[in-house]
Design a protein around this ligand. Structure first.
Ligand code: GDP
Length: 197
């Protein structure tokens, strides 16, 4: 997919106030520092469409970007747990779950994980949450340039093994790097194909 335009539209914390039209949207989410802003800027070939660490940004908001005037890229805040009861039952922040449970325009989520790290409970729990809600998602392994090819393959294989404890099949996944644009064509091609189908 060729990116002809990428415009910031709005930020808010209330799903009811998100854009009202019916354009398809794709949401990017992960723990803070996973490389989400860098990935969005890389995909859109913009230096600072999404804010990157060190620059105070709208990190706690739902950010909509209109791409090619026909789909939305949604930059969601880093998730964490909200402890809601004395039993320390863990849930994700309410406005994030509201977004996933109410936003009908959402076509797919992308859950970002750092390719260098072992599977983290919060990421696995978030994928579980999406799966239980039947919300389609892919995994994006970020910072692929930080590992040598062998180590990268080893880490991805280890991640897959862990996922198979939880899933019958490995979810769709991509490996990206914001410094050398690894994965860009695959990821944009994937979104383009869904949008056309
Ligand atoms: P966010 O908090 O998820 O939006 O993460 P950022 O995009 O701000 O990235 C966090 C840090 O990781 C920054 O110092 C980035 O420069 C660095 N980073 C992000 N993506 C990559 C990548 O693909 N490769 C490398 N080498 N560094 C990255």
């Amino acid at each position: 997919m060729h990116i002809k335009s990428a415009e910031f539209v709005m930020s808010n914390s209330d799903v009811a106030k998100c854009p009202k039209n019916k354009l398809p949207e794709y949401a990017f989410i992960g723990r803070s520092n996973v490389g989400k802003s860098s990935l969005i800027n890389m995909l859109m070939q913009r230096k600072s469409l999404a804010k990157t660490s060190g620059r105070p940004g709208k990190t706690q908001l739902i950010n909509h970007f209109l791409i090619n005037k026909n789909w939305y890229l949604v930059d969601l805040p880093g998730y964490g747990y909200a402890r809601v009861s004395k039993k320390a039952k863990k849930t994700f922040q309410k406005f994030i779950t509201n977004y996933f449970e109410k936003r009908k325009q959402l076509v797919s989520a992308f859950v970002l994980v750092d390719c260098r790290h072992e599977p983290q409970p919060i990421d696995l729990e978030f994928m579980q949450y999406l799966g239980e809600g039947q919300i389609p998602f892919s995994i994006i392994f970020t910072k692929g340039d930080k590992l040598k090819p062998n180590a990268l393959t080893r880490n991805i294989e280890a991640y897959k093994t862990k996922l198979l404890e939880q899933w019958e099949e490995i979810p769709n996944y991509f490996i990206t790097s914001s410094t050398n644009a690894m994965g860009r064509d695959e990821l944009l091609g994937y979104i383009g194909e869904i949008n056309q189908s």
